[in-house]
Every structure is written in structure tokens, then in C-alpha cells.
Ligand binder design. Structure first.
Ligand code: SF4
Length: 482
């Protein structure tokens, strides 16, 4: 299929819209005056006409053709042009394909954030919800889900300290790589030789962050150690630094460590987490079906996840999250339901339900088709009904590209066990100071409302360019915070 544009440059945005309907397809592109005569196409042409412009949108798909047009001001800004193009093409795509994506023509990753902005702009949540349904074609269910999450998030956002920041430490190592993984995660077996040097560098970087926090009068609100799987390396030293710099004597709201893979959890590393004041951990089964775990390349069983969860409980962890993925290969709706039911029986404080996202970095990418959209929708619906009936509330949500059924990842928590870090980070409402390879730093303020600092994704580059990276980071932080 060809994406055809003429008279404007909104190709990327058109591709994102088309991917809602054809997620795994690779597209060709054309910028000729006319759409290609012989092929399927998705076209938006903008032609000057007097002191205005005419937008003509057409599709040819599965032997059917549709078209529509609209007059627009000559100086229309790009964001409004995107909305007009989507407004014409989206209904055509729905008609021709018979599909009606649950999030309508929203392609962004933060629909809850968007609903909050609409509500602030119009001064009315009811109006913002109407816009979601009527302009953006978001289903009633998803509109309500976004509104429910907004309500749960508000007190968490209100309780954020003035000048609050989150600290994120990245540990981009895992014992082995899961087949669906698209994170920067390096197997300890292959890249373990980098770890001693990595400790030295993150020690220097956390000192820099600590100095900046002190100098600019920032209040550390939360600390999050993610990855990778942080518990795949010895965390004693990094925990000690973080604890003495950011926890001792300070009223932080959360200190999370993703223990993630059950095969990395030991009594010893859990005891370090307790010793250094970690308040929340993640133990991630992803599925309670052994054959699904095997197909996903996870070298642990469902029982291992249960055992490590119970070990953490025995050692006093009273805020544990569990992650699951809907749409893993070899899983079924029945199998997924069993996984969720078993999770509810274990009664963790929060459960996060992801939909499989197929990204280029994953081993699966070449070999796997997108999971069946209907089955994934059923899984997600089951999770919502079961978890809300069991007393969990959805409290944060985000979407990714190439996500099964174009749905969403949702964090559910028992009241009072929501992760402030997840809420603040996803809402872009707090500065996040990252430490380590792959840790993004974003600072509130600047022209765009939030500025993202240059980051170095891969440990090897991070170590090789460390001095230069730290100089640049310090320069950028001082400029943005000063
Ligand atoms: S545990 Fe997570 S980060 Fe590590 S390889 Fe698996 S999916 Fe990737």
C-alpha cells in the first residue's frame, strides 16, 4: 500500500493513523501530484485555492474507493491539519475495513494525559469526554476508562511536592533476553564484563544528580530502579548510594525496584532491598502458563513466580506489583484468564496488564504475526472486569506502537498502592532525573513544557563516552534548571 502526500509533509502522522488498521504492514510512499493509478493507496493532497486551501483525502483499499474534501485556512498549523486529515480519512478506513479501533483515531501514547488537557482547555471533563467520543471516535468504554484513571490520579498529582523530582536508575542487564523484549537489555552472559565499569560510572552519575538536587533545592519524590532486570546484578552498592543520597531523612513517596524476572530473585537480594528502604517491588510472571513462558523465552516456571512472590511476602514486602502480557504466542483467552485468576488469588497490591507490542528490537519481530485482535481484546476486557471486581482500580495507562489490537497497557492497584512514579512520569508532570544507560532525563519547563536530555541507550556507548556525556548532562541540567 502506498501513502501518498502532496502539498504538505504529514506523512509520519498519516502512517501512524493507517497503522491502526494495518499494524504489521510496511508501506511505500509517494509525493507525486496524483495518487498511484494501479495500487492501493492512502492519500491526502493539499492544494492552494484563492486565499485558502483544499484538502482532498482518498483511499483505495480492498477493491473499494472512498474520498472526501474540505476547505481549510491557508495558515492552518500542523496539529490542526493532522486532525483534519484524520477526520476525513478515519471514517473512510472504518467503512472500508469494517474495523472500529477502540481508541478511535488517537495515535498518541498518552490518551489520559490528552483527556486531562482537553478538560483543562474546555473547563469541563464532560465536554472533553464528548470530544473524545465525537471528534476522536474513542469508544464509550475507553473514554470512561480514561476518565476513571484521571479521577484516581488527581490526588496523587495533588500530593506531589513542590519542586519534586523522580530519580530513575537504569540497570540494562538481564540474565537472558526474552523473545518479545524490545528494551535495551543485555544478557549478563554476553555483556557481564561491562558490569564492574558500569558500577563506577553510575556512582559518578548519581553524585552529579545528587549535587544538582541539592544545588537547585529539588525534593526527591520517588526513586525507581528499572531495566532490564535490576536484580540480575548485585544491587548492594547502588542501593547504598541511592539510600544515603536520596532516602535517609527525606519523605519520599516511593522507592521501587523491578525485581522482574523470578529467576533473579533471591533471599539475599531481597534482604538488600529491605535494608535500604525499598517500598515497592515488581515480581513479573507475565503468564502463569508454563508453555507460554517457554515460548516467550523466559527460563522460569509459573511456580517459580509464585514461590518468589511468597518469599518476598515472607520477608515483609507489603507492596508488590505483578506484570502480565496479553497476546503472547501460544497463549489463549482461556489461559490468560487462568493467569489473571491466579494472580488475584495471590493478592498482590498492583497488577499491570500489558498488550504484546511487536517491535523491531524483539527476537519475535521477524517470525511472528500480530496476535489476534479479538482474542487480545477479550483478554484485556477480562482483566478489567476481574481486577475491578477484586478491588483493583486502573490508575495509569499508556499505549505503544505496534501494539496488539491497538489497545493499551494498564496499571491496576488497590487504593493507596498506586505508584506515584508511574503516574508522574506518564503524565509528564514531574522532572525525572535518569542515571545510567537508557535512562531518560526529562525536565519540566522550556518552550515545549518538558525538555528531554540527550541519552545514551547502550551500555557500551555509555561507558565509552562517559566523560563527554556527563559534561553535556551537567551543562544541560544547569541551563534548564537554572
Ligand atoms: S526481563 Fe524484561 S527487560 Fe529483561 S529481557 Fe525480559 S522483557 Fe526484556
Amino acid at each position: 500500500m502506498v501513502i501518498h502526500t502532496y502539498g504538505h509533509s504529514r506523512t509520519y502522522e498519516m502512517e501512524a493513523l493507517l497503522k491502526l488498521f494495518r499494524p504489521a504492514e510496511k508501506f511505500a510512499f509517494s509525493a507525486e501530484p496524483q495518487p498511484p493509478a494501479e495500487e492501493e493507496y492512502f492519500s491526502a493532497v493539499l492544494l492552494p485555492e484563492g486565499d485558502a486551501q483544499r484538502l482532498i483525502c482518498r483511499i483505495r483499499l480492498s477493491g473499494q474507493e472512498r474520498s472526501g474534501e474540505k476547505m481549510l485556512p491557508a495558515d492552518i498549523p500542523n496539529n490542526l491539519l493532522d486532525r483534519e486529515i484524520s477526520g476525513l480519512l478515519y471514517p473512510q478506513l472504518c467503512e472500508v475495513t469494517g474495523l472500529h479501533p477502540a481508541w478511535g483515531m488517537l495515535t498518541g501514547i498518552r490518551p489520559v494525559n490528552l483527556l486531562r488537557k482537553f478538560a483543562a482547555r474546555t473547563g469541563s471533563l464532560a465536554q472533553a469526554m464528548d470530544d473524545f467520543r465525537n471528534i476522536w471516535h474513542v469508544s464509550e468504554e475507553k473514554t470512561q476508562l480514561a476518565a476513571d484513571i484521571l479521577a484516581v490520579q488527581q490526588p496523587i498529582l495533588n500530593a506531589a511536592p513542590k519542586n519534586g523530582v523522580g530519580i530513575y536508575l537504569s540497570v540494562p542487564f538481564c540474565p537472558t533476553r526474552c523473545k518479545y523484549c524490545s528494551f535495551v537489555s543485555n544478557s549478563v552472559a554476553q555483556m557481564g564484563r561491562l558490569i564492574p565499569e558500569y558500577y563506577k560510572c553510575i556512582a559518578v552519575e548519581q553524585r552529579l544528580v545528587s549535587d544538582i538536587v541539592g544545588e537547585f533545592g529539588l525534593t526527591v519524590d520517588s526513586i525507581y530502579i528499572g531495566g532490564g532486570t535490576p536484580t540480575s546484578i548485585d544491587l548492594y552498592q547502588p542501593l547504598d548510594w541511592l539510600h544515603s543520597n536520596f532516602v535517609t531523612g527525606r519523605p519520599i513517596r516511593e522507592f521501587t525496584v523491578e525485581a522482574g524476572r523470578p529467576d533473579t530473585i533471591t533471599r539475599e537480594n531481597l534482604s538488600y532491598l529491605r535494608q535500604f528502604g525499598v517500598t515497592r517491588i515488581s515480581v513479573n510472571p507475565q503468564s502463569f502458563q508454563d508453555h507460554v513462558l517457554k515460548a516467550a523465552g523466559r527460563p522460569h516456571t509459573a511456580q517459580d513466580a509464585v514461590d518468589k512472590f511468597l518469599l518476598a511476602r515472607e520477608m515483609g514486602f507489603d507492596n508488590i506489583n505483578m506484570d502480565f502480557i496479553a497476546g503472547l504466542p501460544a497463549d489463549t483467552v482461556h489461559g490468560f484468564r487462568e493467569s489473571i485468576d491466579r494472580a488475584v488469588e495471590l493478592d498482590p497490591e498492583s497488577i499491570t496488564v500489558h498488550c504484546l507490542a511487536l517491535k523491531k528490537a524483539a527476537d519475535f519481530y521477524q517470525s511472528l504475526a500480530m496476535p489476534d485482535a479479538e482474542a487480545v481484546s477479550e483478554m484485556v476486557d477480562y482483566a478489567y472486569k476481574t481486577l475491578t471486581a477484586a478491588g483493583y482500580r486502573p490508575y495509569y495507562l499508556y499505549r505503544q506502537k505496534n501494539m496488539a489490537a491497538n489497545l493499551e497497557n494498564v496499571g491496576y492497584a488497590k487504593p493507596g498502592f498506586e505508584s506515584p512514579y508511574n503516574v508522574m512520569m506518564m503524565d509528564d508532570s514531574q522532572t525525572i532525573l535518569g542515571i545510567g544507560a537508557g535512562a531518560s532525563t526529562k525536565v519540566l519547563g522550556g518552550k515545549r513544557g518538558i525538555e528531554r536530555l540527550t541519552e545514551c541507550k547502550y551500555p557500551y556507548d555509555y561507558l565509552a563516552r562517559f566523560d563527554e556525556l556527563m559534561q553535556e548532562k551537567e551543562r544541560q541540567l544547569r541551563a534548564l534548571l537554572g
